[in-house]
Design a protein around this ligand. Sequence first.
Ligand code: 3HC
Ligand code: NAI
Length: 699
Amino acid sequence: MSTFIHYSRQDDVAVLTIDNPPVNAMSPGVPEALEAALDQAADDPVVRAIVVIGAGRTFIAGADIGVLEDMAWGRRPPMEGWHGLLAKLEASPKPLVMAIHGSALGGGLEVAMAGHYRVAVATAQLGQPEVELGIMPGAEGTQRLPRLVGVEKALEMCIAGKPVKAAEALSAGLIDAVMEGDLLAGAVAFARNAGACRKTSERADRLGNPEANAPLFAAGLQLAAKVRRNQEAPLRVVQAIEAATTLPFEEGCRLERELFRACLVSDQAKALMHVFFAERMASKVPGVDKNTTVYPVARAGIVGAGTMGGGIAMCFANAGIPVLLKETTAAALDAGMARIRQNYENSRKRGRFTAEEVERRLALIHPQLDWSGFDAVDLTLEAVFESMSLKKQIFAELDRVARPGCVLATNTSTLSIDEIAAVTARPEFVIGMHFFSPANVMRLLEVVRGSATSLAVIATAMALAKQLRKVAVLVGNCPGFVGNRMFFPYMYEGQFLAEDGATPQQVDRVLTNFGMAMGIFAVDDLAGIDVGWRVRQELTLGDPGGRQPRVADRLYAMGRYGQKTGKGWYLYGEDRKPVADPEVVALIEAASAEAGIARRSIGDQEILERSVYALVNEGARILEEGFAQRASDIDVVYVNGYGFPSWRGGPMFYADTVGLDKVLAAVEGFGWKPAPLLQRLAAEGKTFREGCATGSRDR
Ligand code: 3HC
Ligand code: NAI
C-alpha cells in the first residue's frame, strides 16, 4: 500500500487514513492511492463499511497549492481533475463515512462531499476557500455543495470563502453528525450502523427552482462585488452554481472544470497564490530553527492605553494572554478601557461573541497607573506618543522594573530601535513590534530587529505574532521600517500629482479603481494630517534638498486634521464620506502658482504609474539595503497593512507583471533616481521574483 494511505480494519469496517504531512493536501499520488485503497476495501469480503480519516492534525486541507501554482505558470499541465476518484467514492458499494477533524477545505471538502456520510469533531472547519487563491472549486464542489446545503449557503461559502465550524455545517446539512469523544471510534460506529449508500450527485431536493433562485444569484453577484471587488473567480463561482441548478450533474461538472481552468491560469490566481506562499515564507527567519530558544509569553505589560495600546491589549486578551495596561492619568486610562469595552460590545452586537465572552476578555486586561506586576511579565510593549525622548525615558524605567530575560518591545512606527535599546542594559532583548491601526483588526505585524536584538528574541516575537493571529514580517531598523518608509514617497507623489494639476479626488479614484482599499488623500485624512505633521518634525522625508510637498503643512496650520476635525483634504459629514472641498482645490492651485508649476491635465495612467512605482522604487532600495529579507515580504506588508489589492500580488509582484524594464523606463521618465537594484534587474531581464529571495516557489 502507498505511503499516502494506510489501510487497516476494525472488524468489518475498513479505515483509510490519509497521510501526507503537514496538512494531507491532495498532492500527486494521493488521489491515486485513495482510489487503490477504495478498490481494496470494495474487494475485501469482510468489510461492510468504510471510514476515510486524516492522519495528524487534519483531514484534507485541499489540493496541493504548490502544484496548482506550477499549473498556473505553465510548469505543469493543467489538472486532470479527480473525476475518477470522486465517482469511485460516490459509487462505493459499501457505506462510506468521512471522518473530519482539523480542516476539510477546498478539494478536501470536495472529497468529503463525495462520501455517503460526513461526521466531524466540534472544532473541525469545513469550507471552499478557493477564491482566496483566485480560483474556484474545481473538484465538483460547485455541483455537490448546493445539493447538500442549498443554493444560498453554497453561494455564500464559495464567494466569501470563509469556512464553517461543525455545528453550523450540521445545521446547514453539510455533515450528518458532530462527534464527541474519539473521532475514529465514533466514525467506525457510525459506519457500522449507516444506512444506504447515498449519492450526493443524485440529490435535487435542495436545488430550488428558477424563480426562487434568481434573486439568490443576483445577491451572490452583489456579495462578490462587495467582499471581492474586481475579482474574477467569485463571478465564475456564481456561474457554476447556477449550472448546478439547470444542468444534469455531469454537465455541470464539465462546465465547472472549464471555468476552473480559466481561473487557474489567470493573473489574479498567480498573484493570490504568490501571496499565500509569501505569507508563510515571511514567518521564516534565516538562523532561526527548531533549536532556537523561544521565550514563552504567558503574561504581558503594555505602556500607553491610547489608540494602539488599547488595540494591542485586545489582541493579547483575544489570544487568552493576560495583560497589564499602564497609563499616566486616570482619565486616559478610563478612556482607553471604555474604548476597549466599546469595541468588544460592538462585536457582541454583531453576534461575534456572547456577553460572557466580552467579560472574559475584559477580565484579562488589567488597567493600572503604576508599575506593579511589571516585574513578573514576560514581555512589555510600549505604545506611548511617538517621541524619542519619551520612549527613552520609558525604556530606562522598564529596564529597571522588568525582570532579567523579559523582552522589551516598542510599537514605534518610525523611530530607531537601536537608539531606544541603547538606554537599556539589555539591547539584545529590545525589539520593535509594529502593529497597524486598528491593532485588533489589521493582520500585519512588522517585527523590527535592532542591531543587537538576539535571534531568540526575534523568534519569540515571530511566535507570539502567530499566537496573536498576525502575519509577521521581519524588517530592519531604518526610518519608517518597510511599510512606512515606502508609504512616504507614495504619499508625497500623490501630493505632487495634485500640485502638478490633478485633484485629490482624481488621484484617489485612480488608486481605488486599481484596487487599493482607499485613496492616498482619504488615508491621510483617516490617519490624521496632524500625525503626518508630527512625523515630519522627527524625520526628514523625501529627497533632502529636493522637492517637498507644500499643502499638507498648510492644512495642519488651518487645523484641518482630517476626519477627526471633519475637514482635511476632504470635507466630512455625519456619514464620514469624503466630499471634495473647493477651498482645498484653491489651496493646491495657489501652492502650484507659488512654486511656478504650470498646472496641466494629468492622465489616469500617469497617476497610477507615479503612485505605484514610487512604492516599487523605494521597495527596491529597501531590498538592496537589506531592510527586507525578500521581495515577497514587502508584498506581504503592503497587502496586509496598506490595502494593496491582494489579487495584484503586492507592489513588487505587480512590478514583475508589468516588466521591470518598463517600470525603470517610467521611473527615469519621471526624473527620479532609480534604485540600483531596479536598474540591475531590468538590465539582466529579470524580475524581483527571480532576482531576489522570494516566497514564491518559482525562484
Ligand atoms: N497545499 C500545499 N501546501 C499547503 C496547503 C495546501 N492546500 N495548505 C497548507 N499548506 C502548507 C503551508 O504552505 C505550510 O507549509 P510550510 O510549513 O512549508 O510553510 C504548511 O502547510 C502549514 O500551513 P500553515 O502554516 O498555514 O498552517 P496552519 O495550521 O496555520 O493552517 C490550514 C492550516 C488552515 C490548512 C491553512 O494552511 C490553509 O488555509 N491552507 C489552505 C487551504 C486551502 O486553500 N485549500 C484549498 C486549496 S485549492 C483546492 O483545493 C482546489 C480544489 O477545488 C480543486
Ligand atoms: P495615542 O496618542 O492614541 O496614545 C498614546 C498614549 O500613551 C496616550 O493615551 C498617553 O496618555 C499615553 N502615555 C503617554 N506617556 C505615557 C507614559 N509615560 N506612561 C503611560 N502612558 C503614557 O497614540 P497612538 O496612536 O496609540 O500611538 C502610540 C504609538 O504607536 C506611537 O509610537 C505611534 O507612532 C505608534 N503607532 C501608531 C499607529 C496609529 O495609526 N495611530 C500605527 C502604528 C504605530
